[in-house]
Ligand binder design. Structure first.
Ligand code: KG4
Ligand code: ZN
Length: 369
């Protein structure tokens, strides 16, 4: 059995995990920095690096303790090389490198996006399912919205990726976060908008958002127009102003839970949130299904923070059934950033004998394909 310690620090989660043979999660610890970045309405890179520095040692220690292991029991160390914030990445890389050298264990550099793909495989394994490759994979988070074709590894090699579409502007999660901010619904925006959309029920739509048109590659995404349309709609309708102010005051008092904010939302606001979410989900699902049909694949993998969205999951399931596609998601905990997915991705490279060395450096713009 190969037990890999995974370390993730690319954005605002300090995470460590131990995964056996790339499939079985022995432990997974995630220290979120949301409380620190919240008052700025987004991740502040300098604060993120500092917080990673504070958290990295206890988080790794906790991951080992939960797996019932000592550092000496680890077979290799997998660490996120990029993409992400350079200062944040450097904390995990420096720590991982130092551990590997001090312990005399192999070091594996992991692409964060490959990690998100492996999050899907981890969950599939847990559920006793197997994703047939080639597949289409949608990675959809606060920093990324990108479509890949994923092909099986040749003997002893690595999975291969081909980028087939990406966002031209904002990531889908970023659109969620910006819309939540302008509506006075706090940060991050995804989880609360997800729940508010559900309770909108049949409230009449105050505005309709048509399908997003992108010139050129039909598999490319664009979310900044939708975000701007929400902004203009809110500006043109002064009746939103007062409830937004009321919610901002509630947020100031620390009342940011769904139960606290929902009563401060008019039916019109709830319906606006529903229409926004309908537009995002429709766009993500339609382009992904289009890609799967074009490439003639049978499986669709969906990963990243926005993959936690309940409507996205339900819509993919539904469309998948009607199109004969099998759709795979990570569990909600494995959808957002974590280190189990990094350890799982590291195992693939470990087996192929692809190792990093002391020269390993952060690569904030690292691409998967
Ligand atoms: O993967 P992740 O943890 O970090 C990045 O790599 O960006 O994703 C965080 C993003 C945030 O934008 C957050 O608003 C969004 O994922 N998110 C959601 C949901 N949960 C998290 N978006 C929509 N619905 C959700 N339930
Ligand atoms: Zn991520």
């Amino acid at each position: 059995m190969t037990r890999i310690l995974g370390i993730e620090s690319s954005c605002d989660e300090t995470a460590a995990a131990v995964v056996a043979d790339g499939r079985e999660i022995l432990s997974s610890v995630v220290a979120s920095q949301i409380d620190i970045h919240r008052k700025y309405g987004g991740v502040v890179p300098e604060l993120a690096s500092r917080e990673h520095l504070r958290q990295i040692v206890p988080v790794v220690r906790e991951a080992l303790a939960q797996a019932g292991m000592q550092l000496a029991d680890v077979d290799a160390i997998g660490v996120t090389q990029g993409p992400g914030l350079v200062g944040a990445l450097l904390v995990g890389i420096t720590y991982g490198k130092t551990l590997a050298m001090a312990l005399g264990k192999p070091l594996v550099a992991v692409n964060h996006l490959a990690g998100h793909v492996h999050a899907v495989f981890l969950e599939a394994h847990r559920a006793g399912r197997e994703a047939k490759l080639p597949a289409v994979c949608l990675i959809v988070s606060g920093g990324h919205t990108v479509l890949y074709q994923v092909k099986a590894a040749e003997a002893g090699g690595l999975l291969s990726y081909r980028k087939i579409g990406q966002t031209r502007d904002d990531a889908a999660g970023e659109a969620y976060d910006k819309v939540a901010k302008l509506l006075g619904l706090g940060y991050p925006g995804g989880p609360i908008l997800d729940r508010l959309a559900v309770v909108a029920n049949g409230a009449p739509a105050p505005v309709k958002f048509g399908p997003t048109k992108t010139r050129g590659n039909p598999l490319d995404f664009s979310f900044s127009g939708l975000k701007t349309a929400v902004l203009y709609h809110v500006r043109e309708h002064p009746e939103y102003a007062e409830e937004i102010r009321t919610r901002e005051e509630a947020l100031q008092r620390g009342e940011r839970k769904f139960e606290e904010l929902q009563p401060l939302c008019s039916p019109q606001t709830l319906a606006l949130v529903r229409e926004f979410q309908n537009a995002v989900v429709r766009d993500l699902v339609e382009r992904t299904v289009m890609a799967a049909e074009e490439l003639g694949v049978e499986s669709v993998l969906v990963s990243g923070g926005v993959a936690a969205n309940s409507q996205l999951r339900a819509t993919f399931e539904e469309r998948g059934k009607s199109k004969g596609l099998e759709v795979f998601f990570p569990s909600r905990a494995l959808s957002t950033d974590n280190a189990a997915m990094i350890a799982a991705a590291a195992y693939e490279k470990f087996r192929a004998g692809v190792f990093g060395d002391a020269s390993l450096n952060a690569d904030p713009g690292l691409v998967l394909a």
